[in-house]
Ligand binder design. Sequence first.
Ligand code: PEP
Length: 250
Amino acid sequence: MTRQFFVGGNFKLNPTSREAKRELVNILNKATLNPQTEVVIAPPALYLIPVLELLRKDIKVAAQNSHTKNSGAFTGEISPVQLVDAGIPYVILGHSERRTLFGETSVIVAQKTRAALDAGLRVILCVGETLAEREAGSTQKVVEEQLRAVVTLLSPGDWSRIVIAYEPVWAIGTGKVATAAQAQEVHADTRKYLTSAVSPEVAESTRIIYGGSVTAANSKELATQPDVDGFLVGGASLKPEFVDIINATA
Ligand code: PEP
């Protein structure tokens, strides 16, 4: 089975003006993009709706977070049903910045994933190890623990709406990219884990994308790996080179 290549742009808490946001959208609107690649951008929550309105329709929009509950006394949160109501199809969950800076455990990430799917969203689910965990040889154990929490709350049919983003923490925003071989190894092991934990069909069809200092320069080699089904891009998604990353397989 062929898995559609997927490139996500995570703008994080950028940019800081409506004008800059418009410029980023304009670059994408004018670009020639590989029609075979699914492209999703995740602007800050405040800009989700204006981006949706300005952006060409073959690029999708994602939120960077959503809550476990759909409504109630949860000041500052955005709910999955509100995102669906606003026409947003995707949400990024479990990003390492959410895990480390905002105390999101794997259980919380799994609950958020369940709630997002129940509301009708698709989820870009981030997992990945720290440098200390990699050096201790626990990369796969960490990735599987993070996934296990989600696996227990999902049924096999849910996985068609999940994209797994393998994002080694040591590579995020550091300029230190995983080698193509390192990424391929974790992606292949993760697919093996899905085979036994969920099903061979889910393992074969679920997209596993790589994130961590992806640039136009390194994206082509990473994209040649059989189990690398795309990228989640932070810093470079704010630059014109994002277009070259989207077209890495062209
Ligand atoms: C990210 O935040 O998901 C990410 C991969 O960031 P960067 O590309 O800047 O390393």
